[in-house]
Structures are given as C-alpha cells and as structure tokens.
Design a protein around this ligand. Structure first.
Ligand SMILES: Nc1ncnc2c1ncn2[C@@H]1O[C@H](COP(=O)(O)OP(=O)(O)OP(=O)(O)O)[C@@H](O)[C@H]1O
Length: 646
C-alpha cells in the first residue's frame, strides 16, 4: 500500500518521538561569528558564487501563489494532524479567555485589598483568581504540547513520505551529473525537515491568535471607520494594499536569502558526507591541507549566507515599523486636511484609534507570513526530492513470476545514460540458457556493470528488450524481478546489523529463517568464520561490514544470494586481491553457485573465466563470443594490457 493511501486510510499514527528528538539533537549548531571575521587561513577568500537557485525557484510565480502552492503540499499532512491542531487552538482560546478574566480581577482584588473589604469576599476572589491562573498555565502547557505534536507529527509523516519516494527513484536520481548527492538528501530529510517543524509550530502558534482574532479586529475597525467617515475610510483602504505589497516583497526577499542559506549548509553537509568516509584516501594522499582549504571555503560561504539571512530577519520588522508609523502619520494628516473641521474632536480621535487597530492586525499577519516565507525553502527542497519522475515504472498489471527456469535474453539492446552521452551498449544480443554460466570480460568502462543494471531494471534500455523465460522484464513486477535475479556485487554491500540480518536480508521485514541462513553460509564457505565471531550469527558487522575482512564480506554477500534462492545470479567479481586461502574459499563458493543457477559473471580472474560455459567480450558497446582457445591465445594478454576486467 502506498504511503499516500496509508496517510488517508490509517488513523494518525503516533510519531516515533525518539527518532524526532534525536533528529532535533543532531541539528548542526552554527558558530556565531562577528561580521568582520574572516577565516585566518584564507582571509582573502570571498564567498563562492557556486550556490545557484534551482530553475524552479526563478519562475515567474508571484510570492502569494508560491506560498499557496507550498501550503497545498502541506495540506494532506496537516489534515491528518487536525486533531492536535484543533486541541491546541482550543487550549489557546482557554488560555486567552483566562487571561481576560485574570487582568480585571487583579485590579478589583487589589482595590478590595486596599479598601479592606470582608475577608470571605477577599478569599473568594483570591480563589477564583488562583483557579484562572492555574487554568491559564495548564492550557498554555497543553497548547504548546498539542501544537508541537501536530508540527512534529506532520514533519515525521513528510519525512517518511519523502524517503519512500526517494527509495522508489531510479538509480539515475542518485548517479550521474544531475544526481542528488546522498549527503544532500540526508540533510534535507533530517536537519531541514526539523526547520520545517519549527516553522509549522511558529505558524500554528501564531495563527490561532493572529488570523481569527485579527480578522475580527479588522472587520470591527473597518466598520467603525466607515460609520465615522466613508470618504476617509476609502483613502485608508488604498494604503492597506500598499502595506501588503511591501510585506510580500520583503517576504519574497527573505525566502530567496533563506534558500541560499539552506543550499550552503546542505553543500557543507554533502561535502562532509563524502570526504569523511574517504578519510583513508585523504590521509594516504596527503590531502589534509587541501581538504581543510575546501572546507573553509564552504564554511565561509555558509557563514556569509546565514549572516545575510539573519540581517534580513532583523531588518524586516524595522522596515515594517517605519511603514506602519509612516502610514499612520499620512492618514492622520490626510484626515485632518480632508475633514476640514467637519469632525468633532471625539470623532477624530475615534477614527484614528480605529485606524491604529486596523493596521495592527495587518502587521501581525505580515509577521506570520514572513515566518512562513523563511521556512518555505526547506519545505520546497524537501518536496523537490519527490518531483523527478522515474522512467522505470511498474505496470499496474505487472506479473509476479512464481517459478523461473532462468533463461535470459538481451534482444537488440542499446543504452546511453543521457541524450548527450555516447551509447554504452549498441544493439546488443545475448541468450543465456537456463542453468548456464557465462563470463563477461572486456576493457574497463566497456559497459559490463551497465548490462547488469539493465537486467535488474535499475535503468530502462534506450531501445530493445530484455526477456526472462520469454517474459519481457517490463511486464514483470519489480519486486518479483529482483527476487529472481540475485546480485553479488563488486562493492560487497553490507548494511549495519547482525550477520544473520545481512544474510537473510530478503526476510528482514518478516521472519529470518535461521536454518536457511546457516545453510546458505555453509554453501558460501562462511559458516566456519561466522562461528568464531563473538556472538556467532548474532554478531554486529559494524558500519559497511568494517569488522570483517574482504574475503569474509564477499562470502557473506554470496550467502545472501544463496538465501534469496534466485534462479539467476549476477556475480560482479571483486577486483581486490585476496590471500590464497580466502581466494580458494570464495572460488569454491562461486563454483557451488554455478552448479545450480544461471550465472552471469563479470569475471576478473582467469580461474573464474575458465570455469564458465561460454566467454563473451564486451567492447565498444558490442558483444562478441570468444572460444576458450581464442580467449587464451589472443584476448587474455591484449585485455590485460588494456586494463581489462581480468
Ligand atoms: N551513472 C552514470 N552516468 C553516466 N555515465 C555512466 C554512469 N555509470 C557508468 N557510466 C559510464 O558508462 C560506461 C560503462 O560503465 P560500466 O560501469 O558499465 O563499465 P564496466 O565495464 O563495468 O567497467 P569496470 O570493469 O571498470 O567496472 C563508462 O564509460 C562509464 O563512465
């Protein structure tokens, strides 16, 4: 069931607060640096101009229509949280009502105290005052608690929705020149989503006190002014759109500056996300100094953008104050001139007072609007992740393959990564019989991995078709396809968790069958080393399997493929050399796989190539079958010298 349907069908689910709290805690803290501060190491650096607004931010939409569009995106998420919102607003009304009862009672209580009225009357008054104070405090607490529940709950649902959409994206969304870096995605879904929660809370918190009472105030004051002087009211009405325009203009400016600040900190986070996992490479290549300089440049850009945002936030209220008093002065003078003594003093005071109270709510709403504009970029950037449409689309009537014999056919398949890029595969034809093992060899960059990506339908071929047991893979459900095609990748992908969880990854959501896990580990020659681990199959493998050796990781990946029971296996043999014992263990495991599955092996080792039934050379987008003797006689050496995959 898609999350969209879940959102509307299921009751508002309780947000996993421990996650949200930790996300809040992890929010990056910014150093406050005075405006004359410059990085000591590169004091001449100017902020880079590399931060460009994405195209959709430069469209000709008006600020108001943009704000409405953003609100429309939030609407379904806010709707599911309507209960805490309404309860929060109810508490707010109770709190305001209590305050309205407390203030006059304090006045009468103190005068009664001075005039020494009867003790029992004083006691009653004191009790009532105490009750109202208590009600106000309790209502205030619950108002905050409910509105935070609504804001954080909304953001939690948005996060889950965005992450679900990101997971559904085709590989091209993450790879290639237009790809979004994983650091940027992580930053948007964690820190920026927390900013969205702050904005939502601010909005919900002010809107009950601002929008409804302000509207009432606006209406009441306008009526009073109309009664006193219709002509003067008309002149005043002309000034209101002017104020609204200025507020909208400043809000839009703040949104743009805010967006740059979001981009700069996201760039910084993405950079850290890429450089820290590569710390081994940085140190081995004496890269500390250059990485330090790169980081300083990015940090300085972020400093400038955030400072600009803070300055704008400080400037806006001052400008609004100036306009507020300017408009009041103009209207006061105008009313004096126009009335030319037709008003009595009392009407004049009444008119100007109404005017003051008419402009005040507009100012309040402007404040709420600017609060929203400041948070708008974070909302936009979060939803931008859901925009790009995937080219790999599962058909509504896609079939679920029950049993697969394992025949694979590539029919005239051509592929390029982008329109302006050369063909990687050019009219490629290949038939792999069920149970057969074929070895793919070829120069680096020849397209071997691309072929595998197409078979797993991680990309769509530009032309041609791929068949499994004579079913076009476009007609097979994605889950079913990827269940029947198992992948043991060159970069042995292990996820944080226990050994058993990594082998039984397919059943992570249901029940991992420990018997099957152990059997798979035995076939993959992994059982022996797993049993020597401190907690055996329940041992944690560390981030990306850092607690295991290269050969152990490879055998775990093979065990995972065996557990999955796919009929077709793709083996992207690791290029990294293993010691002879590990090499032998991995080779034995691969040999066992070859006996029972259809295997496409991207082979890097001579032994593996010679174990295959047929050998294919992939070069310049074309596939050529090589006999064993041809391969050994000619291609082995020539491929080696060309940096081939052997
Ligand atoms: N996501 C991508 N976007 C654009 N071009 C890509 C992408 N991935 C790979 N390429 C290009 O496609 C070509 C084929 O790459 P591929 O990874 O399939 O080669 P390979 O034969 O597996 O190489 P190797 O043996 O070195 O792993 C290369 O020129 C590569 O630069």
């Amino acid at each position: 069931m898609s999350l969209h349907r879940l959102l509307f069908l299921s009751p508002p689910f309780p947000p996993p607060l421990f996650h949200l709290r930790s996300a809040q805690k992890d929010k990056p803290k910014f150093l406050h640096i005075n405006s004359r501060w410059r990085p000591p190491f590169i004091s001449s650096l100017k902020p880079t101009n590399s931060i460009k607004l994405p195209l959709n931010a430069q469209t000709s939409q008006t600020p108001l229509s943009k704000a409405l569009e953003t609100l429309a995106k939030l609407k379904p998420f806010l709707q599911t949280n309507h209960q805490p919102i309404l309860l929060g607003w109810l508490c707010s009304s109770i709190s305001v009502f209590s305050l309205s009862q407390i203030i006059p009672r304090i006045g009468s209580f103190s005068s009664n105290l001075i005039n020494i009225v009867s003790i029992s009357k004083l006691r009653d008054q004191c009790l009532l005052l105490g009750v109202f104070v208590l009600v106000k405090l309790v209502a205030c607490y619950w108002q905050q608690a409910f509105l935070w529940e609504a804001s954080l709950g909304t953001v939690c649902q948005m996060r889950v929705f965005v992450f679900e959409t990101v997971l559904e994206k085709e590989l091209g969304f993450f790879e290639g020149s237009d790809g979004v870096s994983s650091g940027d995605i992580a930053y948007r879904i964690t820190a920026e989503a927390s900013d969205v929660a702050d904005t939502l809370f601010a909005l919900l918190n002010v809107s009950d006190r601002t929008i409804v009472p302000n509207m009432l105030q606006l209406f009441a004051m306008a009526t009073q002014m109309l009664v006193i002087s219709p002509s003067l009211s008309l002149i005043s009405a002309i000034m209101i759109p002017f104020m609204a325009l200025v507020i909208a203009y400043l809000g839009e400016k703040l949104r743009k500056i805010s967006k740059r600040a979001h981009l700069s900190i996201a760039t910084l986070a993405a950079y850290l996300n890429e450089v820290l996992p590569a710390i081994f490479f940085v140190k081995a290549n004496n890269g500390e100094l250059s990485e330090h300089a790169r980081f300083q440049r990015l940090a300085y850009t972020d400093f400038s953008q955030h400072l600009a945002k803070k300055k704008m936030k400080a400037l806006i209220p001052q400008i609004i104050q100036i306009i507020y008093f300017g408009v009041l002065c103009v209207l006061c003078v105008g009313s004096l001139v126009i009335s030319r003594g037709s008003f009595d003093g009392c009407s004049m005071v009444s008119f100007v007072t109404s005017l003051v109270f008419l402009v005040e709510p507009i100012q309040g709403m402007g404040k709420a609007y600017n609060e929203f504009k400041q948070g708008e970029p974070a909302i936009e950037r979060l939803f931008d992740l859901t925009k790009m449409k995937s080219k790999v689309i599962e058909k509504p009537d896609a079939i679920d393959l029950g049993h697969v014999k394992g025949e694979v056919k590539f029919c005239d398949v051509s592929f390029k990564y982008a329109d302006n890029m050369p063909l990687v595969l050019d009219g490629l034809n290949l038939t792999v019989r069920a149970g057969e093992t074929i070895a793919l060899v070829g120069p680096s960059g020849g397209g071997k991995t691309t072929l595998v990506k197409l078979l797993l339908r991680l990309y769509e071929p530009s032309s041609g078709s791929i068949l499994i047991d004579n079913h076009n893979i476009k007609n097979i459900g994605l889950e079913s396809l990827r269940r029947h095609v198992g992948l043991v990748s060159q970069d042995t992908m292990l996820l944080p968790g226990t050994v058993a969880e990594n082998i039984g990854y397919r059943d992570l959501m249901s029940n991992i069958d420990m018997e099957k896990v152990e059997l798979a580990a035995q076939i993959a020659n992994a059982d022996e080393f797993i049993r020597t681990l401190p907690e055996g199959y329940r041992s944690q493998i560390g981030p990306r399997g850092s607690l295991l050796s290269g050969g152990q990781k490879q055998r775990l990946a093979i065990a995972r493929a065996v557990y999955q029971k796919s009929s077709i296996l793709v083996l992207d043999e690791a290029t990294s050399a293993l010691d002879s014992k590990s090499e032998l263990l991995v080779r034995q495991a691969v040999e066992r796989l070859m006996e029972n599955y259809t295997v496409l092996v991207i082979a890097h080792r001579l032994e593996t190539i010679l174990m295959a039934d047929r050998i294919f050379l992939l070069q310049n987008g074309k596939l050529e079958e090589l006999s064993r003797s041809t391969f050994l006689a000619g291609h082995h050496d020539s491929l080696l010298s060309a940096g081939a995959a052997i």
